[in-house]
Design a binder for this molecule. Sequence first.
Ligand SMILES: Nc1ncnc2c1ncn2[C@@H]1O[C@H](COP(=O)(O)OP(=O)(O)OP(=O)(O)O)[C@@H](O)[C@H]1O
Ligand SMILES: [Mg+2]
Length: 596
Amino acid sequence: MNSFSFIFQYIKKHKFQYIAGIITLFVVDFSNLFIPKLTGVITDGLTAHTMNWNGVAKCLICIFLLGLLISVGRFLWRYFIFGASRSIERELRNDMFAHLEQMDVEYYNEHGTGDLMTRFTSDLNAVRMSIGPAVICVFDASVMTLMVIGQMMYYVSIPLTLLAIIPMLLICFGEIYYGKIMDKRFQARQDAISDLTDFVQESFSGVRVIKAFVRERAERYAFAAANRRSMEQNLNVVRLQSVVMPLLDVIIGLSSLVTLIYGGYLALIGEITLGRFVAFNQYIGMLVWPMLACGEAVNMFSQGAASTRRIKMVFDADPDISDAPDVTDVVQLHGDITFSHLTFLHQGHTEPTLKDINLHVPAGTTLAIIGRTGNGKTTLVNLLLRLYNTKPGMILLDGKDINHIALKTLRENIAYVPQDNFLFSDTLKSNIAFGADDWDMDSIIQATKAACIHESIVSFPDGYDTVVGERGVTLSGGQKQRSSIARALMKDAPILILDDALSAVDTDTEEHILKNLKKNRAGKTTILIAHRISTIQNADIIMVLDDGEAKEIGTHSELMQLNGIYRDMFTKQQLEARQATEGFHADIYQKGGARS
Ligand SMILES: Nc1ncnc2c1ncn2[C@@H]1O[C@H](COP(=O)(O)OP(=O)(O)OP(=O)(O)O)[C@@H](O)[C@H]1O
Ligand SMILES: [Mg+2]
């Protein structure tokens, strides 16, 4: 499907509005024609003394009524066509948002947020202009031009009309060529705006890092450079416009000059009456606007075409992850997980992130995954959520290949506390109830108490109605983590995944949360990812991921007996803990000594 058919399917839905608009436009233009004619009649009548005041008054009333009709008509075509274009813009925006919501995370890794935002704002606006005002311009201009020219030929003189429109033909050919160049320049300009928006978006999101590293000045320079690139692309567009628009004026002026000379001559020799000469000049004046309008329309169409292509690119991208035709729509999963020869290679990597992982996690057990950073822990749970695709048969849920479980079912049955703890800029209450369809305050409080965050929330002046800033920045790291845990607990799903979700809480709170989890999650599957052995030592199964491989699997005591990586980690962490405590004691001792 090309860009035109793509946008046409939206226009088709509003065809009646467009037809009504164009008919009204036609009526307005047609009525417009009579005004110069009536002026001509008055002029001729008064010059030849064949018209009395009565006749003049009648003509004037006709002009007044025509004016009224034109005003109502102008309102109506605006209402129909602008209304349709606004509706299409809304539909396109909704469809684009719905489409993007389906896209998988990989798509968002590749496309900048700013770039997507530009397509939602500036590009959609350009598309709207091309299917609203530009359509009006073109129809109005062509209908008006044809009618006026017809009238000029019929009412005044054919040779004079032909002479007047020759320069205008130049405009038509010129505009086709101009449109093509403009299209390319608009595309480049929109790309530059995208880059600029991307920059601004990243810069604002990363403002804390920028400040901490005192990079404000460097950011300003980089922004100025991106801004300059955007300005240059804008200037490229404006330069062309500023050459072409005055050129149009020149050609129109030329037309008027030719007709004044030749028309004047015809009037002098009595070929045409003075009234017709006056009417002819008014007609020429009426052609100025259509010519300029065509120029504007070419601008808007070129810009619209470039933007439609950019929007269509979003729609053309299909989600890699979607339901297979033979999905089973089981509603309730039990939480029995099997990894069978699970190997996974990230896009752009040569070495697999996960290598031949085999493990069975019976429903109702707690699996802990531990391993050094970058070893594939998050990747493993992302695969379980089908944020990336796995080969058939590598991950089974309740004995079924996850590729054959409906995505909605799969994700509804998993509660997830992601490592980055994203919170929306909304109240804490809404953030915590985010995944639940129906909820009440009691269930929220139950979840927040289990996540040990209730006390902190009620201590805020606005309690549960506290609005957290964008990405939850107004909360401490630990508060954010615990709010995300509460959000996941609200879901009460058969599978709960906590990805490093206790890293920012102190050991006492951690112990509390783990105790609550044990109670709340009895009989349900829980996956705990952590770096600290203290977090996971009571899990039913512990898997040590090392270099993407499941090097050790077993319970805490089994792994301790293995004398391998796990035991090594345990010893090191114990030593670190002891050193920290001893350091603390020595510190107190020193301080005490200094005082005595
Ligand atoms: N979307 C992605 N595209 C390409 N590579 C990725 C992507 N996400 C992660 N990786 C790579 O996969 C490897 C494993 O990453 P992963 O996030 O699973 O590690 P992790 O064990 O969770 O680490 P941490 O303990 O730091 O959270 C890393 O080398 C990382 O660079
Ligand atoms: Mg991780």
